[in-house]
Write a protein that binds this ligand. Structure first.
Ligand SMILES: C[S@@+](CC[C@H](N)C(=O)[O-])C[C@H]1O[C@@H](n2cnc3c(N)ncnc32)[C@H](O)[C@@H]1O
Length: 427
């Protein structure tokens, strides 16, 4: 396989670009006290206020802590294959003099949360904080954490009454949950619980776990396939996985679950857990795909308000703006270190409005506020599975960027530097 030089930034990253970005971009989508969309409701935090940290969280004793599969969610684009790489980097970082122990890993695009569940289970990090803007997803994690037994009981009841008998009754229940939204006057706690049940039912019975309205039930509406609607709904396995989430919450290892936009999560983490900033908090960000996220997620970057562009969007990108806003925040405003993964796209590295620069570039006022100018290491990791546009039978290339100390970010066969990228990834 021929190795060639990957696309490098084509333009000097100047302050002028930064200015254009900040002034032209609209404010971020901001979810109010409660996340309410997509037929569901979640609270901003599990309780009224964000949960503080246990200084000495209890030991994790659940048998799933080191298991291969831990998340109760099937998630399109789950980055299971990246977790070992992230774990290796975080372990190395925690031995580096400028970082020390990772007391908190924040996942603002939590989805199926497979990375957080794994890295807290094997003690790579002390604690995790999950957040997602999709109320369905956030409500699920909130209820799994804090109302664990009730959710397990209900999950089993849904299985016994609807999923196990299969056929038309299970599809009818699928239609019910698809159409369900909290009725007026419902108590918020009940609305959140029912939203969690909706999320779980649809996630386990919909094609590929896709929560979006266009995906149908597993096995089709007629249920003539060999794989029926219940083939991914195993009540005992799900009960174990939900119990694992409850155990993490009870031990203080899963601090909280927030329903909010990524920017609020990153800002609020810095203010709520300020004693851990900057050295003992790391964010892992796995944003929606560049091109087809609206088909996969209820909440995608494609919904963010549009504004007149100052530079043309790369061809085929439905909403570059939202990706640029994230890039701008991470490279100019972020107060703690971050790891970011994207399905590989050379446009991400070509634009200074995205990740063209090799270093964070905070304004003087942000620097005075403590934002550092960390170096951005850029690597490519080959994954064997992804729903990304570039997936193939052989796997897909994941772009992996981080501000962890560059000395601990290796370049080898499994985590490749950009100049060792094969041609297929660059097309
Ligand atoms: C690629 S998925 C994350 C998958 C996850 N890493 C896993 O392993 O399952 C992206 C997630 O971001 C969420 N999301 C989309 N827009 C968001 C926003 N503006 N703020 C926070 N979360 C958002 C989606 O609901 C989705 O769960």
């Amino acid at each position: 396989m021929s190795m060639t030089t990957a696309t490098q930034p084509t333009a000097e990253c100047t302050g002028a670009n930064d200015q254009a970005l900040t002034s032209a971009h609209p404010p971020q989508v901001s979810l109010s006290a409660r996340g309410v969309t997509a037929g569901g409701i979640a609270t901003r935090h599990i309780s009224d206020l964000p949960r503080g940290i246990h200084i000495n969280p209890a030991a994790i004793t659940h048998p799933l802590a080191l298991a291969r599969y831990q998340t109760p969610m099937r998630y399109p684009g789950a980055k299971t294959g990246l977790s070992p790489v992230i774990g290796m980097l975080l372990t190395a970082a925690s031995q580096h003099r400028t970082v020390g122990s990772i007391d908190l890993l924040v996942e603002p695009f939590a989805g199926g949360a497979s990375t957080s569940l794994r890295l807290v289970g094997d003690s790579t990090v002390q604690r995790v904080l999950l957040a997602d803007a999709d109320p369905l997803v956030a409500a699920f994690w909130q209820v799994a954490a804090a109302e664990t037994d009730a959710l397990i009981t209900r999950m089993r009841a849904e299985h016994e009454q609807y999923v196990a008998p299969g056929a038309a009754g299970a599809v009818k229940r699928w239609d019910y949950w698809r159409a369900w939204s909290p009725p007026p006057g419902i108590r918020p706690s009940i609305a959140r619980f029912e939203t969690a049940v909706k999320c779980l039912y649809l996630n386990r019975t919909t094609f590929s776990g896709i929560l979006h309205g266009r995906a149908g039930p597993i096995g089709g509406r007629a249920q003539t396939s060999a794989y029926g609607i219940g083939c991914r709904y195993s009540p005992d396995g799900l009960a174990d996985r939900i119990a694992y989430v409850g155990h993490l919450y009870a031990t203080g290892r899963l601090i909280d679950v927030w329903c909010m936009d990524w920017r609020d999560t990153l800002d609020n983490t810095a203010s709520v857990y300020k004693t851990l900033v900057p050295d003992h908090v790391v964010a892992y960000l796995d944003p929606p795909y560049l091109r087809k996220s609206a088909k996969l997620y209820n909440t995608s970057f494609e919904e963010v308000a549009r504004a007149p562009r100052t530079v043309p969007a790369p061809a085929g990108w439905p909403n570059t703006l939202a990706h640029e806003q994230l890039a701008h925040y991470l490279t100019h405003k972020m107060r703690y270190r971050w790891l970011l993964s994207y399905d590989y796209d050379s446009d991400l590295l070509a634009s200074c409005l995205l990740y063209g620069r090799n270093r964070m570039n905070p304004a003087a006022s942000d620097r005075a506020d403590g934002v550092k100018s960390w170096r951005i290491s850029k690597r490519v990791v080959r994954l064997t599975y992804t729903a990304a546009a570039r997936s193939s039978r052989n796997g897909a290339n994941e772009l992996f960027l981080t501000t962890l100390p560059s000395a601990i970010v290796p370049a080898n066969d499994s985590i490749r530097s950009l100049d060792r990228l094969d041609d297929s990834a660059r097309s």
